[in-house]
Design a protein around this ligand. Structure first.
Ligand code: ADP
Ligand code: XUL
Length: 577
């Protein structure tokens, strides 16, 4: 069978990347345009402009130029025949928005390949030359208005999957409507960055994609419709706001191309007129599509901060994390939990143990069987934390538990006997915090019935559950990011999370773009009736398990049970923050 190719784009903050895979998921090519380096005339710093009032924005013109440049470079690669590309999808930085004039969408439909996207579209297609970036923090007043109009953070999270956030698109559009009324009036359509790129490639204005639309504080996830009350924050003329957003988003369970590649790209760069464009989504959502993640699987990303992504069928929103509609699995959601205090907090303890920044002593402490921390627990937040939502704080405690009632008595202490205790305790408490926050998102059948946690009620964030709620184990855990190279840290995390089926470690340097490639391939096969398999099963079957992941085996069940003893203690210790 002749090879066919699938493109996955990633328009992130600092670069535009395009990966090419074949039908067997083999990576054929990777092309990147680095904004600061390759397009220095925009004078961006790490891809953005930081304004005096603190706003953070990206030049739309630069993105147009980047799209031409990435295609130009690919069209010159001898081993890459762009005629073989059957389908395209991808992902973009979440929450950013692009503002079109009424001419803009029409101009997309008549792109002349003799010119460039930038010269053809800029500035007249856009009512605003810049797009708000997810790092922007300038919408404090608007966030307040969003929470007030819905009854508070918890109610807003219940409706939209998240409480109000500066970066979310609803508050961002509201700010523009208030502070730049002329721009808002001149805006006929608004795209998310993901639907903007899909629009460029298909040569027509493309609706928002539903999973990415959950990052706006505007979309009622259970009703699967925009919430009029929330839209009202932008403009009382709700019908007009809906019109600007292009009507209902593209439902995530609809597998259909938004169109074919625009003739501009066919004539200019040699793409095939049959090449289909599938919806683009947000980068975190695409990351879960880059791995064979199924319901109750969890991805632990151990970068500077710790981010947990998990696939769930439980709609249990919280103001402390995010739920999005899953981009490819009908009836499922993606949970995203972000902790500020990940690697940096561990590094501080490492450096107290070893001034040369070596992890050896830290790791020995984490794995030590003789260092007894059984009646200790510590919380280490050098930075203010999101989950739980508290300012910078440290707590160390020893505890006793009443054998009959299970009630916990804490004894707060200044220090443990040595810093080695802190090393062991920080990894345990970070992992335990992840564990208790993912439990309500795991299906009921994840409960380990061989172990009884007891009936006492414990409090975490906005939840008061019986301890037994936390007897759930994810099916599989995937560890990625800088600190996942560290065996001691990963072993302990795996032990506390207690995945029932497997633990894996993998490198995901290109995860968002790869997720786009896989979505393009699967969507093409599904739409053309070459497969009836769902996305997760398809990827599970075709994933290169032998080469792309390292199986870390199973954690010990005894150790998982051992850490259960500290759930009520963590709840009590967090109550002191
Ligand atoms: P980001 O995506 O946030 O830029 P990375 O995924 O590259 O970050 O991870 C960077 C973090 O990984 C650093 O803060 C560092 O502490 C941590 N890290 C790197 N190597 C190790 C290691 N061997 N052991 C523990 N942590 C490590
Ligand atoms: C997610 C978020 C960031 C951006 C990065 O809510 O704001 O992860 O998506 O591109």
């Amino acid at each position: 069978m002749a090879d066919t190719y699938y493109l996955g784009f990633d328009l992130s903050t600092q670069q535009l990347k395009c990966l090419v895979i074949d039908q067997k998921l083999k990576l054929i090519h990777s092309e990147t345009v680095e904004f600061d380096q390759d397009l220095p005339h925009y004078n961006t710093h790490k891809g953005v402009y930081i304004r005096e009032d603190g706003s953070i924005e990206c030049p739309v013109e630069m993105w147009l130029e980047a799209v031409d440049l990435v295609f130009l470079r690919m069209s010159k690669r001898e081993h890459l025949d762009l005629k073989l590309v059957r389908a395209v999808s991808g992902s973009c930085q979440q929450h950013g928005s692009v503002y079109w004039t009424s001419e803009g969408p029409k101009m997309l439909e008549t792109l002349n390949p003799k010119s460039s996207l930038k010269d053809l579209l800029f500035p007249s297609a856009f009512s605003r030359p810049v797009a708000p970036n997810w790092q922007d923090h300038s919408t404090g007043e608007e966030c307040e208005a969003f929470e007030k109009s819905s009854g508070g953070p918890q109610q807003l999270a219940q409706i939209t999957g998240s409480r109000a956030h500066y970066r979310f698109t609803g508050p961002q559009i509201m700010k523009i409507a208030r502070k730049e009324p002329k721009v808002y009036r001149n805006t006929a359509k608004i795209s998310l960055v993901s639907s903007f790129l899909a629009s460029l490639l298909s040569g027509k204005f493309t609706k928002l994609e539903e999973a990415d639309a959950c990052g706006m504080n505007l979309y009622d996830i259970e009703k699967r419709d925009y919430d009029d009350n929330l839209l009202c924050n932008i403009d009382a003329n709700v019908a007009d706001v809906r019109e600007k957003l292009g009507g209902d988003p593209i439902p995530s369970d609809k597998v259909e191309p938004v169109g074919h590649i625009a003739s501009y790209f066919i004539e200019k760069y040699g793409l095939n007129s049959k090449c289909e464009i599938y919806p683009f989504t947000g980068d975190n959502l695409a990351t879960i599509c880059s791995l064979p993640l199924r319901k109750n699987d969890v991805l632990v990303s151990m970068g500077t901060s710790t981010t947990i992504l998990l696939v769930t069928d439980q709609y249990h929103p919280s103001p402390n994390y995010h739920l999005f509609i899953h981009p490819t699995l009908p009836g499922h959601y993606m949970g995203m939990i972000c902790y500020c205090n990940g690697s940096l907090a561990r590094e501080r303890i490492r450096d107290q143990l070893d001034g040369n920044h070596d992890w050896k002593l830290f790791n020995e402490a984490v794995l030590s069987k003789t260092l007894n921390t059984d009646n200790e627990l510590g919380i280490y937040f050098p930075l203010g934390e999101i989950v739980p939502s508290v300012p910078s704080s440290y707590r160390r405690a020893t505890f006793t538990k009443d054998a009959t009632t299970g009630s916990v008595t804490l004894n707060l202490v200044e220090n443990f006997p040595s810093v080695a205790h802190d090393a062991k305790n920080i990894v345990e408490s970070q992992a335990l915090s992840c564990r208790v926050r993912i439990s309500p998102l795991l299906s009921k059948d994840c409960a380990d019935t061989t172990y009884h946690l007891g009936q006492n009620t414990v409090h975490f964030d906005y939840d008061n559950f019986e301890l037994s709620e936390y007897a759930k184990r994810p099916h599989r855990a995937f560890f990625v990011g800088g600190a996942s190279k560290n065996d001691a840290i990963v072993d302990r995390f795996a032990e506390v999370l207690g995945a029932s089926d497997a633990n894996f470690r993998l490198e995901t340097p290109n995860s968002c773009a790869l997720g786009g490639c896989y979505r393009a391939l699967w969507s093409h096969l599904f739409f053309s009736k070459q497969t009836e398999t769902s996305f997760d099963k398809f990827l599970d079957k075709t994933f290169r398990w032998g080469t792309d992941v390292q199986n870390l085996g199973m954690g010990s069940k005894e150790m998982w049970q051992h850490h259960n003893e500290k759930i009520a203690v963590l709840s009590a210790l967090e109550a002191t923050l």
